[in-house]
Design a protein around this ligand. Sequence first.
Ligand SMILES: *Cc1c(COP(=O)(O)O)cnc(C)c1O
Length: 405
Amino acid sequence: MAFNVQEIRKDFPILQREVNGKPLVYLDNAATSQKPQVVIDSIVDYYSNYNANIHRGVHSLSQEATDAYEGARKKIQQHFNIKQTHEVILTAGTTHGINLVANGFTEFLKKGDEIIVSALEHHSNIVPWQMLCERTGAELKVIPIDEKGVLILSEYEKLLSENTKLVFVNHISNALGTINPIAEIIKMAHKVGAAVLVDGAQSCSHIKPDLQALDVDFYVTSAHKMCGPTGVGMLYGKEEWLNKLPPYQGGGEMIAEVTFKKTTYAGLPHKFEAGTPNISGGIAFGAAIDYLNSIGFDEIEAHEHKLLQYATEQLTAIEDLKIYGTGVDKTSVISFNIEGIHPYDIGTIVDKLGIAVRTGHHCAQPIMEFYKIPGTVRASFAFYNTKEEVDALVAAVKKAKTMLT
Ligand SMILES: *Cc1c(COP(=O)(O)O)cnc(C)c1O
C-alpha cells in the first residue's frame, strides 16, 4: 500500500482535535508519540474482555491474558531480530531498563574500572551510571562531541582500554536528533572486552534496529515513543549477560522456589519481572509494533526525511535562527534558537497557535552546557506529520520573532 499521510492521520483520534481554537499541530514526538486507535482498542479490549492476572491461573481467562502478553513478547523479539524470546525483558520503560542493568553491574565493578558514556546522553543514561560509579569506585569517562553535535570517534578510541568495562550510548540523541554510529561504537568496545548498552528510546519510532546484526549486549526502549502506551518498555540482553546479572527486584513471579532458608530464582525472562506487570501495556506494545510495521519503516524513514529536509530549509531561512545538531546522520528532530530570544517565549507563542513543541534542556543539560545556551526549541516530527504542519510551524516562529524583537 502506498504511503498516504492523510489516511494515516485518520488512525489517530487526537490529531482531529483543536488547541486554543486552532487545529493541533503535534511536533513533540521526541517526548512521546500519539497513539493510533488500534493501540487504544487493544487496551480497552483486554480490560473489557479478558482481564485476568497472567502466568498464575489455570482458568481460561488467565490463559487468554497470558497468551496475549507472551504473544507481545514474541512480536517484540521478531521486530528487533532477537535470537531468543527469553532475552526480551518487559520493563516499565527505558529508564527502568537502564537502572536494572546499572544495578546488576554493581558486583562486577571495582576501583580502577571505567565506564564510558557519550556527551549526547539523556539524563536517564547519565545518572544511573554516576550512581553505579559511586557504589563501586569505577570512573566515568565521556565521549566528546564536535560543533555539529556529532560524537568524536577518535576521542572515543583514546578513552578505550582494558580498564573499560562498559560503554553506554544512545542510538539517536533526543535533544539534537544525531544518529550515532553504534555499530562502530560496539565493535570498538568489544575489542577491549567491554559490554555495550544502547539506549534506543529515540530510535525505535524511526528505524528498525537489527539487534543480532549489531551484536549489542543490551538495548533498551520505551513503548510510548513508538505509538504504544506509557509505563512499558523492553530490555534486550544477551542470554549470557542476563544469566550473570542478579535480579533487580524480589517478589512474586521471579522465583522458582521460596523457603525461609533459601529462595531460588526463576529462569529468564521471569527472573527480572517481579510482580504483576503492566499487562494491558505489554499487549498494546505488541499492537503498536504491528501498526508501525503495517505502515513500513522504509516509508516512515522516507517521509520523515523529507519533512526534516523541508523544515531545515524553511527554518534556516529565518534570520538569526540557529539550528543545533547539524550532522549528516540525523533523524527528524530540529533543535533551534533565535538570537536574543529565550526558547520558552517562542514555545509559549507557538502554543497559542495550536503548535506543540518542546522548550528547555530536553533532559540533556550537558549538551546545553556545551553550546552555552539555557535550552532550545525542539520540533520533532513523526510519520503522521505533514508539510503543511511544517509551514504552520515556520509561520508561527516568524510571528513569534516579530512579536519578541
Ligand atoms: C525518552 C528518552 C529516555 C527516557 O525514556 P522513559 O520512557 O522516560 O524512561 C531515555 N533516553 C532517550 C534518548 C529518550 O529519548
